[in-house]
Write a protein that binds this ligand. Structure first.
Ligand SMILES: Cc1ncc(COP(=O)(O)O)c(C=O)c1O
Length: 392
């Protein structure tokens, strides 16, 4: 019997947890399938599930239930946070300027770009060699009184944890709204939004065992944003549209589980990640771990294999039964190094030889052993292939 494949791509998405599936099913099929805006019993049952989900998400991230605005995922939450803050600034007669770090997810970078298309401005904050935002650059940007500053809590490609407490404090002092993309932080590091003092935070369900297509923007100051879609007034008019009740219920359950398990899970995943890095390094001694000098979230291991091509590594890992992902974006046939690694100043050769192994709730010590076992064979094959192609 072929061995069970090893899934090391949890930063991309996670399987739905059985407890989560069980919680959401009645909201798809039974008496709770109603429209939460309907006054009858079907609607009231759906509304009750939705409000319970809001409470669960709020409690998991130290926010108030009426601050949780459900969205279709992290991407929409990021867009609502950035574009919504720029529109609110325009309404106040202030500058439509979005300040974002250079290593943000494309959802933030593209939203900041959209602000430019609306007649505003974007400013990219540089990072150091380990991916930490340069605080001097932040201070300079704050002097221009932007509409919003957005710095992700945990980076999805290399796992670096930003100094969000310090950054939120500086934004607060300057009277500037602070948004954080907490999609990869949620469930992996303690996320306490009231303690942090941020204005806005994005969350996504499918990174923590809920299905794809549900997320939330936590809005701690309603004056800080304007709606970007318009409709029937649901969710205080901030994000109208009939709510995805089963999705929200699933996200509420997943958030509650993640909050209870966070500390133990972070310790367990951190140990597995370090074990995985050590074992791979034992067989690939020139391995480089990206952002190794920074505090990193426990579930992401970004490794560069000198002399190897990441797409070839991923293909051979997949053939050997290990699913991972790369940090490069392949567009129009040309593989370009990831913008995150470029911003960190990682050499092109290393950036093009980088793969991300990411762990999650379902990851076991056996998965780590199996991934480490296939690595020498995969690296040897890919390096040999690179040598052959290089000579051709
Ligand atoms: C840091 C970060 N932000 C935003 C997103 C987008 O979330 P979603 O897939 O829910 O739209 C992701 C997903 O990869 C992410 O890792």
């Amino acid at each position: 019997m072929p061995a069970r494949p090893v899934y090391l791509d949890h930063a991309a998405t996670t399987p739905v947890r059985p407890e989560v599936l069980e919680a959401m099913l009645p909201y798809l099929t039974e008496q709770a399938f109603g429209n939460p805006s309907s006054a009858h019993r079907f609607g009231r049952a759906a509304r009750a599930g939705l409000e319970q989900a809001r409470r669960e998400v709020a409690q998991a991230v130290d926010a108030e239930p009426n601050q949780v605005i459900f969205t279709s995922g992290g991407t929409e939450a990021d867009n609502l946070g950035i574009v919504g803050a720029a529109l609110a600034a325009r309404d106040r007669g202030a500058a439509m300027c979005a300040v974002v770090s250079a290593i943000e997810h494309k959802a933030i970078l593209a939203a900041a770009h959209a602000v430019c298309h609306l007649g505003g401005r974007e400013v990219l904050l540089p990072v150091d060699a380990d991916g930490r935002v340069e605080l001097d650059a932040l201070d300079a940007a704050l002097r221009e009184r932007p509409a919003v500053v957005s710095v992700m809590w945990v980076n999805n490609e290399v796992g670096v944890v930003q100094a969000v407490r310090e950054i939120a404090g500086r934004c607060c002092q300057a009277g500037v709204a602070f948004h954080t993309d907490a999609v990869q932080a949620f469930g992996k590091v303690p996320v306490d939004l009231a303690g942090l003092g941020c204005t806005l935070a994005s969350l996504s369900g499918h990174k923590i065992g809920a299905p794809k297509g549900i997320g939330a923007l936590v809005v701690r100051d309603r004056k800080a944003i304007e709606a970007i879609i318009h409709g029937g007034g649901q969710q205080y008019g901030i994000r109208p549209g009939t709510e995805n009740v089963p999705g929200a219920v699933a996200m509420g359950r997943a958030a509650a589980l993640a909050a209870v398990e966070q500390a133990d899970e972070a310790a367990r995943l951190g140990e597995l990640r370090d074990e995985l890095a050590a074992r791979i390094r034992a067989v690939v001694p020139d391995l480089v771990v990206n952002a190794e000098g920074a505090e990193r979230a426990p579930h992401v291991l970004s490794i560069a294999v000198p002399g190897a091509d990441s797409e070839a590594l991923l293909m051979h890992l997949d053939l050997a039964g290990v699913a991972a992902s790369s940090g490069s974006a392949c567009s129009t046939g040309a593989v370009e190094p990831s913008h995150v690694l470029v911003a960190m100043g990682v050499a092109r050769e290393l950036a093009l030889g980088t793969v991300r192994l990411s762990l999650g709730h379902a990851t076991t010590a056996d998965d780590v052993t199996r991934a480490a076992e296939v690595m020498p064979g995969v690296v040897a094959k890919v390096r040999k292939l690179a040598g052959v192609l290089g000579r051709a």
